[in-house]
Design a protein around this ligand. Structure first.
Ligand code: BMA
Length: 373
């Protein structure tokens, strides 16, 4: 009997050791979002990436031509980061608010991912309270019904649970989810995406802006969308929070509407030069100092999620204004907004900023597609 007991004890111990050692070997697999975060982190050792909104769809002199890009036509390389915009998907529209067909958007997102590029997506959903069903932008007077319609300050509250627009908003989120679910390569691999909803929320020009909802309502709106998409099992979304650049941005101010460390992987700011070079440089410098310290303290990636000088009225802007500030900080990328005829933020071969853009391209620490593949 004693012998049996001893034998039994040995067997149990062996099983326990085997179980324990196999458990050690099984490390939880990293999600696609975590892998993207690691990639962004590693790339920061080389420099910071250049990004452009709507880059492959149209430029100042062309639209929808295969393999075209104003950026590539200037410097011979694709942007490292490309930005895409979902506004309109919530209505079930075939084109987004800037007339980009969602089928083309899907193709270009997958194509850029397959080239080794990085994708970021924003969403300017229409105003759920004032929008006209089936209206699109046609027949409506801007900003009526759009993301910029701030005529009512109860909109955020109305989409939260229990609110009058909640059910409608659930349909909208569902349409966003359905589109995101199609962003997969042929072998079924989802494309990793920096997802950046509810941005510039510390200004008051969108229906989710500062004067349009309380901090708690804003956070509830954030959570509603994030929990919904998490619930659908997306593990390829790297969540980015990007309020607007502000004079004297403090950490305390940044934290006011911050959804929380458990919800955010990338912290950004959107900062355009609307006034003088001096004002822009000093604000950007101060804001990036705060942001990159915040990112380091909280284990996040920092980025200048949108920036630009409208129509490059100072052609030297790339090298005289922007990069001298960016060189000082370990950001992951900066992204300039789209090039369309009336308003452009990227370079174009026909414009006087092209040589300065090329000069920036030649800088070792400013990364384009070739340098991140
Ligand atoms: C704004 C402008 C608009 C555009 C919107 C969403 O900054 O470029 O024309 O519709 O972004 O892309």
């Amino acid at each position: 009997m004693e012998k049996m007991k001893k034998y039994f004890a040995i067997v149990v111990t062996v099983i326990a050791i085997v179980a324990c050692s196999t458990q050690k070997q099984v490390e939880p697999e990293k999600t696609l979002a975590q892998q993207l975060q690691e990639r962004l982190d590693t790339l920061r050792n080389k420099g910071y990436m250049f990004g452009h909104q709507d880059d492959p769809f149209y430029g100042l002199t062309w639209e929808y031509q295969p393999d075209s890009s104003d950026v590539k036509n200037v410097c011979g390389d694709w942007p490292a980061v490309m930005g895409f915009e979902l506004g309109g998907i919530e209505m079930g529209d075939a084109k987004n608010l800037d007339s980009v067909p969602f089928t083309k958007m899907r193709e270009e997102i997958i194509r850029h991912h397959q080239r080794g590029g990085i994708i970021t997506i924003s969403w300017h959903p229409r105003n759920p309270l004032t929008t006209i069903e089936g209206g699109g932008l046609a027949g409506q007077k801007f900003p009526e019904g759009t993301a910029w319609d701030t005529s009512d300050s109860t909109v955020v509250r109305s989409v939260l649970e229990g609110g009058a627009q909640h059910d409608k908003f659930c349909v909208w989120m569902n349409r966003v989810g359905d589109f995101l679910a199609t962003l997969k390569t042929d072998d079924g691999q989802p494309v990793p995406i920096i997802f950046r909803p509810w941005h510039e929320n510390t200004g008051s020009w969108f229906w989710w802006g500062e004067k349009l909802c309380t901090a708690d309502e804003y956070k509830a709106l954030w959570n509603l969308l994030q929990d919904y998409l998490n619930g659908r099992g997306f593990d390829n979304l790297l969540w980015a929070y990007s309020p607007g650049m502000a004079s004297d941005l403090t950490e305390e101010k940044y934290l006011e509407r911050y959804p929380g460390d458990d919800r955010i992987s990338l912290v950004g700011i959107d900062g355009y030069q609307w006034g003088t070079k001096e004002d822009f440089v000093s604000q950007l410098d101060q804001n990036l100092a705060m942001l990159t310290k915040f990112a380091a303290d909280h284990g996040k990636i920092a980025a200048l999620t949108e920036c630009g000088l409208k129509n490059l009225t100072d052609p030297t802007w790339w090298t005289s204004t922007l990069t001298p500030v960016l060189d000082k900080y370990g950001i992951s990328y900066f992204l300039v907004w789209r090039n369309y005829k009336e308003e452009w933020f990227g370079p174009s071969p026909s414009k006087p900023d092209a040589p300065y853009f090329k000069e920036m391209y030649a800088k070792e620490n400013v990364l384009f597609l070739n340098e991140i593949q």
